[in-house]
Ligand binder design. Structure first.
Ligand SMILES: Cc1cc2nc3c(=O)[nH]c(=O)nc-3n(C[C@H](O)[C@H](O)[C@H](O)COP(=O)(O)OP(=O)(O)OC[C@H]3O[C@@H](n4cnc5c(N)ncnc54)[C@H](O)[C@@H]3O)c2cc1C
Length: 279
């Protein structure tokens, strides 16, 4: 199948892109890397009048290094992070996860903003960026608003993107020197979408302890104060203090009813924690 006929625009800056999005007489769709949108166009699941290609907008590829955080544009690709063209402030977490996304051709074009907005529950960025406590900034007719990554995803294939808005940047806090993280995605072949994801961050210097259960049927389960699951981060080995029963209870409380699914996700989280000690 082929897409419906549509017009194509490649604005030079965010202001011009927003002006195109403001036309509510047309079905306007943003395209970044096209890695998820392309198939959806071909299957006619999306039928735009106008495609706004934002991949050439410089502002969306910029990186700003601040004392406590790094801010990068929505069109930073998975490969930009894998290759550390975006300086790593996460003690290797983001480059390592980027490296596990699909294969290099997809990583060269696919963008972090596109992945978060596509809101596939099995995708990697939503889980790891929730684990490290990242935020997204949206820009639209009412100006900028910044929200936690986990709040941006409302459900499967549904992001909190209001009419006329676009995602412009992602802000990632710099992790402390004693921070530990882990990420495990369970999938049949390397680079595939996951059927269970476990991720954690323990950053005692900043008093942060977060656990993420991803690749659920909807948005990830994010435990923002996870000391009851992984301790306060001061234990020599977090895998020895990990409470798998409490993790299973947290997952059940979040609504995952199937016991096998629950167990698969607990195991993914346990492996994420064990991996923090296997490097
Ligand atoms: C074979 C294959 C394997 C893959 N495997 C994985 C995997 O293992 N893990 C994983 O996480 N992902 C995987 N992906 C998905 C890949 O990471 C995509 O790049 C990503 O999901 C979408 O990014 P994109 O830049 O291509 O977005 P696009 O396809 O261009 O857009 C996706 C959606 O986001 C919207 N959008 C894009 N940018 C913005 C913005 N700045 N503001 C507002 N809306 C925006 C578009 O309108 C569209 O609705 C895979 C893809 C393929 C083709």
């Amino acid at each position: 199948m082929k897409p419906v006929n549509f017009d194509y625009a490649r604005p030079a800056d965010v202001g011009a892109a927003l002006a195109l999005l403001a036309d509510d007489t047309l079905a306007v769709k943003i395209m970044a890397g096209g890695q998820s949108l392309g198939p959806m166009l071909n299957m006619r699941l999306v039928q735009p009048d106008l495609l706004v290609d934002i991949a050439g907008i410089e502002e969306l590829k910029q990186v700003t290094d601040r004392p406590d955080e790094i801010v990068f544009g929505a069109c930073i690709t998975h490969a930009d992070i894998e290759d550390r063209r975006v300086p790593d402030v996460t003690r290797g977490a983001l480059p390592s996860v980027a490296n596990g996304i699909a294969y290099r051709a997809v990583r060269n074009r696919g963008t972090v903003g596109g992945s978060l907005t596509h809101a596939d529950p099995s995708a990697d960025w939503i889980s790891i960026l929730s684990a490290v406590g990242a935020r997204v900034t949206l820009r639209g007719p009412a100006g900028n608003r910044t929200i936690a990554v986990e709040d941006y995803m409302l459900g499967a294939l549904e992001a909190d993107l209001r009419p006329g808005e676009m995602l412009v940047s992602v802000t990632v806090p710099k992790l402390g020197r004693s921070a530990r993280w882990g990420y495990y995605k369970s999938c049949r072949k390397t680079g595939e979408f996951a059927h269970a994801i476990g991720a954690f961050l323990s950053d005692p210097e900043r008093g942060v302890s977060r656990v993420v259960i991803g690749a659920t049927e909807s948005r990830p389960i994010v435990v923002t104060d996870a000391q009851h699951l992984i301790g306060d981060g001061r234990a020599e080995r977090l895998d020895r203090v990990f409470d798998s029963h409490a993790a299973a209870e947290a997952i059940a409380a979040a609504g995952m009813a199937d016991p096998i699914d629950r167990q698969t996700h607990v195991v993914a989280l346990r492996r994420a924690i064990e991996r923090a000690y296997s490097a």
